[in-house]
Write a protein that binds this ligand. Structure first.
Ligand code: UT7
Length: 333
């Protein structure tokens, strides 16, 4: 029986640091408000002419491949999660494939927003368990700064999000003791419009160009922050407990929880609900903001670099976001 295992993680964040103080020069906000409500102190924005969604993913992937001690040519499938692709279509997975010089292998681009990486990892796990592929590159990357409204009108959204990319190499293994134990995916489309970008879209019937003429706010993120928050604090603990129960484990068995970095208050609430210590929960939203599909692989890569993930550790990944979507993955590292 083939299992799958993460053998290398990597991340790339743009060098351009955007502090809360800088945002106060663009909109009516304050470091105190942002810190108190979200925990965020700074985030990264891409540098025009240097970074793109796929270029950041390429850098993250090269690091993950080097750590897995695997050549890009050994990769037999790419799964790429993003909501902010370089082009409207095709997705950035094809550009990543081109950048890595591995034309010919299959590429799957997926959305699933803040849960995108957990969904992508789950698909990779299933493809490997079925025997279809042996070495899959799983990526989460976002350039969200171009979608943000940096005026007081957009402050409820703009202060939260940042840019970055993370990647994981997932490989087949026979080793029962070091593998992905299970993944659990959920969604509830009842709440699709609680966090969304309405336009450009096909539902209105107008050409994109006409939508733009009629709606200068095209592309703006619309978010009911309170609704997202209330659902997140229920779904995070629920889907983590689901993963633990499925594997006959307890929350005290978790060595490191790597939650999607949505809000420090949400992470703290989840930590308390599960009775975990601060050392058992990885947080880096303070430095990168919410990077949507990239947040879990960035946090996982940083935790690994900091020596917080070691062989044999029980690592839990968990996400909640737009859709609404939520999910978890339990790994024995
Ligand atoms: O990956 C999933 C992505 N999204 C999330 O996880 C979002 C989850 N939700 C949240 O994190 C929180 O709801 C927010 C951080 C977005 C907002 O915090 P909140 O405590 O729910 O604030 P609020 O939206 O209820 O707004 C409170 C006040 C309002 O003023 P009034 O009406 O009380 O006078 C807002 O206008 O704060 C005001 N406000 C701001 N003030 C300064 C909203 N944004 C800002 C801002 N700076 N950036």
């Amino acid at each position: 029986m083939a299992y799958s295992r993460i053998t290398g993680v990597g991340h790339y964040v743009p060098e351009n640091i955007i502090t809360n103080e800088y945002l106060t020069t663009l909109m009516d906000t304050s470091d105190a408000w942002i810190t108190e409500r979200t925990g965020i102190k700074e985030r990264r924005y891409f540098t025009k002419g240097k970074d793109t969604n796929a270029s950041m993913a390429t850098e993250a992937s090269k690091i993950a491949l080097a750590r897995a001690n695997l050549s890009a040519t050994a990769i037999d499938f790419i799964i790429y999660a993003t909501i902010t692709p370089d082009y409207f279509f095709p997705g950035p997975g094809f550009i990543l494939q081109r950048n890595l010089g591995i034309a010919g292998i299959g590429v799957l681009d997926i959305r699933d927003q803040c849960s995108g990486f957990v969904y992508a990892l789950s698909v990779a796990d299933q493809f490997i368990r079925s025997g279809m592929y042996r070495n899959i590159l799983v990526v989460g990357a976002e350039i969200q700064s171009t979608f943000l409204n940096h005026t007081t009108e957009g402050r409820g959204v703009a202060v939260i999000f940042g840019d970055g990319a993370g990647a994981a190499v997932v490989q087949a293994t026979e080793d029962e003791n070091h593998r992905i134990l299970s993944t659990h995916l959920h969604a509830d489309g009842t709440y699709a419009e609680e966090l969304y970008v309405k336009e450009p879209g096909s539902s209105g019937g107008e050409r994109f160009y006409e939508q733009l003429l009629e709606n200068p706010q095209m592309g703006d993120v619309v978010m009911n922050g309170n609704a997202v928050f209330k659902h997140a604090v229920v779904r995070f603990p629920e889907v983590i407990k689901e993963a633990l129960a499925h594997n006959q484990l307890q929350s005290s068995d978790i060595d490191l929880l790597v939650p999607h970095q949505a809000n420090l208050r949400i992470a703290e609430y989840v930590r308390q609900q599960l009775g975990l210590t601060p050392a058992q929960v990885m947080t880096n939203i303070q430095y990168y903001g919410n990077t949507t599909a990239a947040s879990i692989p960035i946090a996982m890569s940083e935790a690994w670099e900091q020596g917080r993930i070691n062989a044999g550790d029980l690592v839990c990944l968990a996400a909640f976001g737009s859709g609404f979507t939520w999910g978890s993955a339990l790994l024995r590292w």
